[in-house]
Design a protein around this ligand. Structure first.
Ligand SMILES: O=C(CO)[C@@H](O)[C@H](O)COP(=O)(O)O
Length: 220
């Protein structure tokens, strides 16, 4: 059975045709809708906020995987729960009280994710991995779609997988940035459970086929 999840990143969608693109994901072999919220402070870019997430949630039929690239995410945890987020991921670098933040996410009925930037070592998660449902390994610097995959992500991925296996935490590993048919199989082989793909899906001539190709490459 293929247990690897494909999460198309709506950052690369056509915002003028957002309903169409959300429905494309609904009708494809993808597993989650990946939603990037950026504040222009934690990352240099601003993507979209609550009204757009609400519009996506209205049409989405698959779990909403919301990635907050914002400072002080605790302020908005309840709001994203109300908007229908299933998985809420915050950045390690933005959370001085990460354990408390993860508890708050779970208390709102969501799965709790932690993202780490390319420069942040995996080892910072060793004391908290038991409490994390998903680790999002950023394989580009967060803020923009369409960037080139950073190769040292593979070393971090293997190290993180070993940490999760040792802790028996069952934490999922998500790879975010520069993912496509050229590296999907190798990423899964190294331990990835969820692949976020923006440009490689939405810039493809046939996005449904691009998702099918990714699924085909990562079958167990
Ligand atoms: O979070 C981010 C970027 O900050 C990602 O989710 C990108 O949206 C992935 O896009 P591609 O690299 O696949 O185009």
């Amino acid at each position: 059975m293929n247990s690897v999840k494909i999460a198309p990143s709506l950052l690369a969608a056509d915002f003028g045709n957002l309903q169409r693109d959300v429905e494309m994901v609904n009708n494809s072999g993808a597993h989650w809708h990946h939603i990037d919220v950026m504040d222009g402070v934690f990352v240099p870019n601003i993507s979209y906020g609550m009204p757009v997430v609400q519009a996506i949630a209205k049409h989405a039929t698959k779990p909403l995987d919301v990635h907050l690239m914002i400072v002080d995410p605790d302020r908005y945890i309840s709001t994203f729960a109300e908007l229908g987020a299933d998985i809420l991921t915050v950045h390690y670098e933005a959370c001085p009280h990460l354990h408390r933040t993860l508890q708050k996410i779970k208390s709102e009925g969501m799965k709790a994710g932690v993202a780490i930037n390319p420069h942040t070592p995996v080892s910072v998660l060793s004391s908290i991995i038991q409490d994390v449902d998903l680790v999002c390994l950023m394989s580009v610097n967060p803020g923009y779609g369409g960037q080139k995959f950073i190769p040292h992500t593979f070393e971090k991925l293997r190290e993180l997988k070993a940490m999760i296996v040792k802790a028996e935490s069952g934490t999922l590993i998500e790879i975010d940035g520069g993912v496509g048919t050229g590296n999907a199989a190798e990423l899964v082989e190294a331990g990835a459970d969820v692949l976020v793909a923006g440009s490689s899906v939405f810039r493809a001539e046939d996005p449904v086929q691009a998702i099918a190709a990714l699924n085909g490459l990562v079958k167990a």
